[in-house]
Design a protein. Structure first.
Length: 457
């Protein structure tokens, strides 16, 4: 049976024993799915009947190691880390075909009083979509997520200290059918599994690293594509693990190969989502005035919102000249050396933002996209002239931040972010980035430091 499911289909599957477990989950700050496995009958009888399921609110205030972080206004040991309610959004109900007898539903996060938690990533995106609707606009998007496939298990790689990394290919496999045929036993499972889980796929291809792949999802309304993205990313790792393989979505796992991107294609449509507002046959390059101002906003805010596109210390290793990741904040028609690429024609005209990495949270990426784009529309911001040439070597262009330090400083000073997200959410996101920096700067001795200093200093 294809997903998404409706509630009556789930009841029949639970009654027949074809589904016995429901994953009741929501995305955390890092774009991971967190929650509980719920017995199918209990989900139908109790979780739905009592408006959700209890989870600890520290899930919205912890790092990748699940360590509660200091510095948040509403989440702390002093406040006791109480409960929130994960309330199922039944429009996201789906089967998980690679797991036995399992369904999944994504949730919105509410307080015990029934108020939506504004710091939850799914809510952060919803708030920007509400702002867009006030302008009569709908955002549609697609995320192009890249990853590396390795020949060993996650457990063996961890046991080696992440040093014995053997990519699934010994050579760059960009567009190559021979090597991707060797990978097809796994990549095919991912493509077909996603289709059956209600995550429609366009195609897969080898990418420009050894063992690197990209599987592109179909264009959809922004919230739907963010939901699909997290199901897909989680599913890729689960399917790999079930096959004794490992996948990483690190932005840059090695300096010897290309980084992994999450290129975001986006366009604005009318309120009902039936007509794109990006094209105007009389406009330069077919771009409507709305498109120009949207693009102008994306470019003008690219530096100050970059921490949501590249959220980790490792993210900034990806931005290197000649790496296929952009360093220049410029736009052009079909020029991959620029941060923004205008592609498509007619109703498919859109902008591709090449700044986000595969490690980014899709809800925050799309929320930042709308925040910047709407600021451009509201202030009628014109983009600079189209760039021609090599964006890596052009000295006059503004640049993507070169480190998380630089990105955090820009985000801290951003009035656009504070006004778009609200002061509490801005503070929450800023504290998350600052805590990531503090952990790296003050608590970590790297392999590089050991190699460089252990004997020779």
């Amino acid at each position: 049976m294809a997903a998404p499911l409706d509630l009556e289909q789930l009841r029949r599957l639970v009654d027949s024993g074809d589904v016995d477990t429901v994953l009741v989950v929501f995305p955390d700050l890092h774009g991971r799915l967190v929650g509980k496995r719920v017995v199918g009958s209990y989900f139908l009888e109790d979780v739905l009947g009592h408006e959700g399921m209890h989870d600890c609110n520290y899930l919205l205030a912890s790092d990748l190691d699940m360590t509660p972080l200091p510095g948040y206004r509403n989440y702390s040991w002093e406040r006791g880390y109480g409960d929130v309610s994960a309330v199922p959004d039944l429009e996201t109900l789906r089967l998980v075909p690679w797991l036995e007898a399992t369904a999944m539903v994504l949730c919105d996060v509410q307080s015990e009083a029934g108020e939506l938690i504004e710091e939850a990533p799914r809510r952060i995106l919803q708030r920007q979509l509400e702002r867009a609707r006030e302008h009569g606009l709908t955002l549609k998007a697609a995320t192009e997520l890249e990853f590396y496939l390795f020949r060993d298990t996650y457990e063996a790689i961890a046991e080696s200290g992440y040093r014995a990394l053997v990519p699934h290919s010994t050579f760059v496999e960009d567009y190559l059918i021979l090597q991707t045929s060797r990978d097809e036993y796994l990549i095919r499972q991912i493509r077909n599994g996603m289709e059956r889980a209600g995550v429609p796929v366009e195609f897969s291809k080898g990418e420009c690293g050894r063992g690197q792949h990209e599987i592109n999802l179909r264009y959809a309304p922004a919230l739907e594509i963010a939901d699909r993205h997290v199901v897909y990313k989680n599913g890729c790792k689960e399917i790999a693990a079930l096959n004794g393989r490992a996948i990483t979505f690190m932005a840059k796992y090695t300096m010897d190969d290309s980084g992994s991107s999450c290129h975001v294609h986006s366009s604005l449509w009318d309120r009902d989502g039936g007509r794109s507002l990006m094209h105007d046959a009389a406009g330069e390059h077919g771009m409507s005035e709305l498109f120009r101002h949207y693009l102008g906003g994306l470019m003008a805010t690219a530096r100050e919102l970059s921490v949501l596109m590249a959220p980790n210390v490792n993210s900034y290793k990806r931005f290197r000249p000649g790496s296929w990741a952009p360093t220049a904040i410029a736009w052009a028609l079909d020029n991959r050396t620029c941060g923004f690429r205008v592609v498509g024609e007619g109703g498919s005209l859109r902008v591709e933002d090449r700044i986000p990495g595969a490690d980014a949270n899709p809800y925050l990426v799309l929320a930042a996209t709308l925040a910047g784009g709407l600021w451009g529309i509201e202030n009628e911001v014109e983009p600079p002239p189209q760039f021609e040439g090599n964006g890596y070597t052009a000295e006059h262009l503004p640049r993507v931040p070169s480190s998380l330090h630089e990105a955090v400083e820009a985000f801290a000073a951003s009035t656009v972010a504070r006004e778009a997200f609200g002061d509490d959410v801005h503070h929450h996101l800023l504290n998350t980035a600052r805590q990531e920096l503090a952990i790296f700067d003050n608590q970590v001795v790297t392999d590089w430091e050991l190699r460089r200093y252990f004997e020779r200093i």
